[in-house]
Each structure stands twice: as structure tokens, then as C-alpha cells.
Write a protein that binds this ligand. Structure first.
Ligand code: GDP
Length: 451
């Protein structure tokens, strides 16, 4: 599998670091030089490597070592975090149109990248999610491509729309939209024609499709085996037609994997999925954090690092619980608890469990299944803005918040005074509730979820 050799090299570097009790600046420098070589050998873009090493170095030198970790482990922690951030930090989903609206996805890429296969793989994923996809054969230059799409579509139990080879791709796309409207397809995936190399005709054709039908997401498929070429292809497609995301195929092969590590940093476009084999089920959602730990191949150390972080959160939670017992909970703690909550991930999932944050500004949080976590997130950000507009004195002594202070805070946060009032009211309610159940926030704090 891709990255095997990178993983091995990185493990060697870290093994030598781990055997040292204390790290000097020179130790870090030597280690990072080796990390740099390993990344370059894995075919990661040169500029990306340079910036990566710079960020790690800046963070590694002069950083406090966290409780429970040795300096070597601290370097691994930083490399891991920087790898995750290099790949885009968050998982990006293909954005579908809201409600019953039909989403149109256009697949693009060079010939042989895996476009037709990936189109069928994606259709299978969306079918499982309850969509009714229509695959559209717009590759009119290779009769075999149309046949291949039909065979794969059939295997997935998904309908394929084709008009043969004698029509313009844009006209086929237009006719497919009419077909989808009649047939109740709420997802249309256009499989377009690739070329061996980037050329004007191909770009013009894609552009024409975009001008003829409304394309909501343009997804580029690139072959990981082509290494840096895949990154260049992604840059060029993005400049010429604009892409929303990339799918990197053939990561199961003996590739060096550099493309997967460089694409986001070079093009700004996120990787959405990775192809891990020829079978139609071999398509995986792309998780930057999982990919980073796969590359580092250090499950044990990463777990230890997570544990150390969880312990810190636990200490904070204990401190908080003490404050609650004494009813000393103020707006500063409110901010801290929001930070912890974010760390616990899945805001939507945990909101319903938090008394005081339910109702009012955060909506009907008691009903967990219906929570719109985006909406909740926005509301939480507004709450934070309000608290940040308070002076430290006000945050620590909410009792001093009189109407004129509240006016000033509302103005500072750019919200209506009623929102400030609501927050104060909620705070009072929360305090009351906390007094009634003093043990509520004791025990385990922000334990991070594992992948
Ligand atoms: P297109 O020309 O871009 O439509 O490419 P195809 O879909 O025809 O794929 C070209 C070849 O790559 C086929 O033999 C596929 O089976 C193979 N392929 C596609 N995706 C993957 C993948 O993720 N892993 C492996 N090993 N092979 C793949």
C-alpha cells in the first residue's frame, strides 16, 4: 500500500528520537532533515515539504513538553498534527443540494485516472444514503467507456443514461437532466471524457457542459501513481474550470503517495475520497487524521498522546466541577466549557446532554436527533462573541451586568441587546441547575473520541 516506505523511514527517525531522554535543538534538526528526505522520496511537492519542515521546527523548538510525554513523543505529536493540517484537517463531504433538489456532479480527469470506475463507486455510496442516482455517459470518444459505465452501473443497481457516440457531451448532459426530472433521479453524475494529457479541447468541452447545465460540484479524479503529475493536473484543472474536490485513486498500489499529501496544500482543493482498489466497494472517505496516523504507523504513540491530552482535559473538568460545587461558575468558565465541548467533537450529539445550553439561544437542544449542528455552532459562536465583548471583570462577576453594560456588550458583539439578556438569563438558569446537581461535571472530562 502507498506510504509503506515513508512510514518505515519516519518510524526509524522517531525510534532514534525516542531513545533519547532529552532532545537538543541539534537532535530535532537532524531528525527533521531525515523527515524531509523521507517526504521528498515519497514524492511530496518540494515547496510543501519545505513549509512543512519549517512549521514543525518552529513548533518543536522552544515548546513546553506536555505532561506524560517525552520530548521525542512531543515531536511525533507535532509531526502528526502538521500532517493532518497539511491534508486539510477536516473531512470534506460532497455538497448535495438541499431538500428534493437534484444535485449535478461532473467528474473530470485524464484518461485512465479511474474516472468511470470512481463514478460507479460514488453512485453506490450515494445509493446507500438513499439517493436515486443517474449516471451519464458523456465520454463519446471511447465506446468502451460507455460500455464500462453501463456494466458498472448495472453492478451497482444504478441507471445509466447514454446517447451513444454521435452527440455533443453538453447535449447529452442536457438530455440527461430532462430524463432525470421525469424519472425522479435526485443525483446526476456526469462521466466526462478524459484525454491522455491536458488539452484545450478537453477543457473547452467541460466548460461547455458547465455552461449548458447547472453543475453543483466538479470533482477531479487523479491517479496517485502519477505522483507530482497528479498535483500539476489538479492545479491546472482548478485554474481552468474550477474544481470543488479531488478523488485520488490507486492508493492501494505501490505508489509513493506524495500526491495525496500535496494536493490540498498546492491547490487548496480538498481530497474527498481515495480509491483503494478495483472493486466497486473500494472507495474510502478521506479522513486527514486517519491518513496521518496511517502514514506515521504509530498507533501506540498516538494513543498515548491522546491520553495525555485527555488527562489535561480531565484536570480542567475537575477544576470546573470544584467551581460548580462552590457556585463560582462565571462567563470565563462558560468560554472554557465551550472550548472543551468543541474538542469533544460532534456538537450536535452532545448539546442535548448539556443543561442550560438547551432552549433559548441554542434552540431546542433537548431534542438531540433533530439538532442542526451547523445552526447550533453559529449560535455558539455568537454566544462566544458576546462573552468576548465583556470585560474580564464582567465575565468574572456577571452580577454587575446592568443595562448600560449590556448595551455596550451588544454593540461590541454586533448583536441585539435581547441576545445579551437571553445569555444572562441562561447563565442564571445554568448556575441554578448546576447547584442542584453538583456532581454533574465531575469525573471524566473531555475525553477525545478515537477514530
Ligand atoms: P478513466 O479512463 O478515467 O475512466 O479510468 P477507468 O475508470 O477506466 O480506470 C482505469 C483503470 O484503473 C481500470 O483498470 C480500473 O480498474 C483501475 N482503477 C480505478 N480506480 C482504481 C483504484 O482505486 N485502485 C486500483 N488498483 N485500480 C483502480
Amino acid at each position: 500500500m502507498a506510504f509503506d516506505s515513508l512510514t518505515e523511514k519516519l518510524q526509524n527517525v522517531f525510534r532514534s528520537l525516542r531513545s533519547k531522554g532529552r532532545l537538543t535543538e541539534d537532535d530535532v534538526k537532524t531528525a527533521l532533515r531525515e523527515v524531509k528526505m523521507a517526504l521528498l522520496e515519497a514524492d511530496v511537492n518540494f515547496k510543501v515539504v519545505k513549509n512543512f519542515i519549517k512549521s514543525v521546527q518552529e513548533r518543536a523548538v522552544g515548546q513546553d513538553v506536555m505532561n506524560g510525554l517525552n520530548p521525542g513523543q512531543m515531536v511525533i505529536k507535532i509531526v502528526n498534527e502538521e500532517l493532518v493540517s497539511l491534508m486539510g484537517s477536516e473531512t470534506t463531504e460532497i455538497r448535495l443540494q438541499p431538500g428534493k433538489e437534484t444535485t449535478v456532479i461532473m467528474m473530470a480527469g485524464l484518461q485512465g485516472a479511474g474516472k468511470t470506475t470512481t463514478t460507479a463507486k460514488l453512485a453506490g455510496k450515494f445509493k446507500l444514503k438513499g439517493k436515486k442516482p443517474l449516471l451519464v455517459a458523456c465520454d463519446v470518444y471511447r465506446p468502451a467507456a460507455i460500455k464500462q459505465l453501463q456494466i458498472n452501473g448495472e453492478k451497482q443497481g444504478v441507471e445509466v443514461f447514454s446517447m451513444g457516440e454521435n452527440h455533443k457531451p453538453s447535449n447529452i448532459a442536457k438530455a440527461a437532466m430532462e430524463h432525470a426530472a421525469k424519472n425522479g433521479n435526485n443525483l446526476v453524475i456526469l462521466d466526462t471524457a478524459g484525454r491522455l494529457h491536458i488539452d484545450e479541447d478537453m477543457m473547452a468541452e467541460l466548460q461547455e457542459i458547465k455552461e449548458t447545465v447547472t453543475v453543483h460540484q466538479t470533482i477531479l479524479v487523479v491517479d496517485a501513481m502519477t505522483g507530482q503529475d497528479a498535483v500539476n493536473v489538479a492545479s491546472e484543472f482548478n485554474e481552468k474550470i474550477g474544481i470543488d474536490g479531488v478523488i485520488v485513486t490507486k492508493l492501494d498500489g505501490d505508489t509513493r503517495g506524495g500526491a495525496a499529501l500535496s494536493i490540498k496544500a498546492v491547490t487548496g482543493c480538498p481530497i474527498l475520497y481515495v480509491g483503494m482498489g478495483e472493486k466497486l466497494s473500494d472507495l474510502e472517505q478521506f479522513y486527514p487524521d486517519r491518513m496521518a496516523s496511517r502514514i506515521l504507523g504509530m498507533g501506540d504513540i498516538l494513543t498515548l498522546i491522546e491520553k495525555a491530552e485527555a488527562d489535561i482535559d480531565e484536570e480542567k473538568a475537575k477544576e470546573m466541577s470544584q467551581k460548580l460545587k462552590k457556585a463560582q461558575f462565571d462567563f470565563e468558565d462558560y468560554l472554557e466549557s465551550m472550548k472543551q465541548m468543541r474538542k469533544m467533537g460532534g456538537l450536535g450529539n452532545i448539546l442535548g446532554m448539556l443543561p442550560g445550553l438547551g432552549g433559548g439561544m441554542l434552540g431546542k437542544a433537548g431534542k438531540t436527533p433533530e439538532i442542526d449542528s451547523d445552526e447550533a455552532q453559529k449560535k455558539m459562536e455568537r454566544m462566544e462573541a458576546i462573552i468576548y465583548s465583556m470585560t474580564v471583570k464582567e465575565r468574572r462577576n456577571p452580577d454587575i451586568l446592568n443595562p448600560s453594560r449590556k448595551h455596550r456588550i451588544a454593540k461590541g458583539a454586533g448583536v441585539d441587546i435581547s441576545e445579551v439578556n437571553k445569555l444572562c438569563k441562561q447563565y442564571e438558569q445554568m448556575k441554578k441547575m448546576m447547584k442542584q446537581m453538583p456532581g454533574m461535571m465531575g469525573g471524566r472530562g473531555g475525553k477525545k473520541g478515537k477514530f
